[in-house]
Structure formats: C-alpha cells, structure tokens
Design a protein around this ligand. Structure first.
Ligand SMILES: [Zn+2]
Length: 231
C-alpha cells in the first residue's frame, strides 16, 4: 500500500454538502474531468460537495458506470468492515481530484500545471498500475483492476488512469472550462467537430447565460426609449 502524503488539501473546509436529491451529471467527456466536476458551482463562493462519504463515492462510481451493482455492494460491505481504510480511500481520491482540477484548469487557461500536482498523479498512477492486469478486450488489451483486498481504492486508480491517458494522448487544447461567468467552473473535453464548445451543457449553463444576455438587452432597449412627458 502506497501512502500519498498529507500535502494535498482535500477540499475547502467551508464546502457544503450537495443534497443527494440532486442528480449527478456527467458532462466532462472524460472520466477524470467528470471526477473533477463532482463539486457543483466549483468556481463560485459557495461550492457544493457531492462526495461527502464513501457511500457517496460508490454511488458516483455506480452512476458513472465504473461499478456494477454487485461491485458496489461488495465495496460497500468492505468499507463497513474497514471504516478507517474507506475514509483514507475517500481522502486520497479527493486529494487526487483537487490535484487534477489544478492541472486541467491550468491547461484550460493556457497555464502550466504545478509539478507537485503532476508528481502526485504519477505516484497514484504508479500505484494503480501495480495493481492492474492486462485483460483481452476483443482486438486489443486493456488495463483492468481485478477485485482484491485493496479494492477500496478503485476510484483513484481508474481516475488516475484516465488522467494519464488524457495528458499523454489527448488534444490538450480541447480541455476547457465552462464559460458561464457565474461560478460553474466545470471542466470538459471538447469533442465537437469544430472545437467550439463553450459550456459544460448547452441546456444548462449555455441557455442560462443566453437568457441573461437577452434580458439585459431588453432592459437596455427599454431604458433607451424616452419616457413620455407628463404634463
Ligand atoms: Zn457550466
């Protein structure tokens, strides 16, 4: 078991819990970016945390298609037997998430990632590969993480693999941050043909910003009409 060290801040202490009744949304286009987006309103003064507990993490993994129903039941049972290990796995997954947020936000805004964050990813990924097996997948092979007694760390292993793939094989010019100025802050991989995607979601942030602009234009137009004189 590798220890990653406490140097990475897990999350803002002030972050509120995102109520479970809100559905999870996966708009990042890459697993690692969806994981980074497990904080709602990330760039606002009041971000909300989805991953407030180990069961919340497994729920996320299940809905993202990483855990089958029986896998989720198995890791939840294991987490109940080993609460300290489960708490550590959650802490480590969140530390990786915050490091990846800094890395991909830097890339999305023409900055350079911090070397400490890249080293952190390297350590998690090396640990992930130490537990992986190559598995035949039709005409090629894929990394696979078989069930072991250390399977509580599945989230960080899969996310680290996705992040390493994106950094080494992806078109980094297509890593973007949502253009909603109201604190969305979600990251996504722009897979559109002409590379012009601006919003995490057209229906959400895109239409919100457009409606606000239309409203502002209407108000500006109304203000420009001189008020009738009362005589
Ligand atoms: Zn957005």
């Amino acid at each position: 078991m590798v220890r990653y060290g406490p140097c990475h801040k897990r999350r803002e202490a002030s972050m509120r819990a995102r109520p479970e009744r809100y559905p999870l949304r996966f708009l990042g286009g890459r697993l690692c970016l969806d994981f980074v987006n497990s904080v709602e309103n990330r760039a606002s003064p009041a971000p909300e945390e989805f991953l407030t507990s180990y069961p919340a993490l497994t729920r996320w993994g299940r809905q993202r298609g990483l855990l089958a129903e029986e896998d989720e039941a198995r890791v939840l049972a294991l987490a109940e037997q080993q609460p300290a290990s489960a708490a550590r796995a959650l802490d480590e997954a969140l530390a990786l998430r915050e490091a990846l947020h800094r890395v991909f936000l830097a890339l999305a805004t023409a900055g350079e990632p911090d070397l400490n964050d890249l080293e952190y990813l390297q350590r998690v990924y090396a640990d992930a590969l130490a537990h992986a097996r190559l598995r035949r997948q039709e005409d090629r092979f894929e990394w696979d993480w078989p069930a072991t007694d250390e399977q509580l760390a599945w989230a960080q292993w899969l996310v680290a693999h996705s992040a390493a793939q994106l950094l080494t094989e992806g078109d980094l010019g297509r890593v973007r941050v949502c253009a909603n100025p109201d604190g969305c802050g979600w990251l996504f991989y722009d897979g559109s043909k002409n590379g012009s995607r601006r919003w995490c979601s057209m229906e959400g942030c895109g239409s919100q910003v457009k409606m606000r602009r239309q409203y502002a234009r209407r108000r500006a137009g109304a203000a420009a009409v001189p008020a009738p004189r009362s005589s």
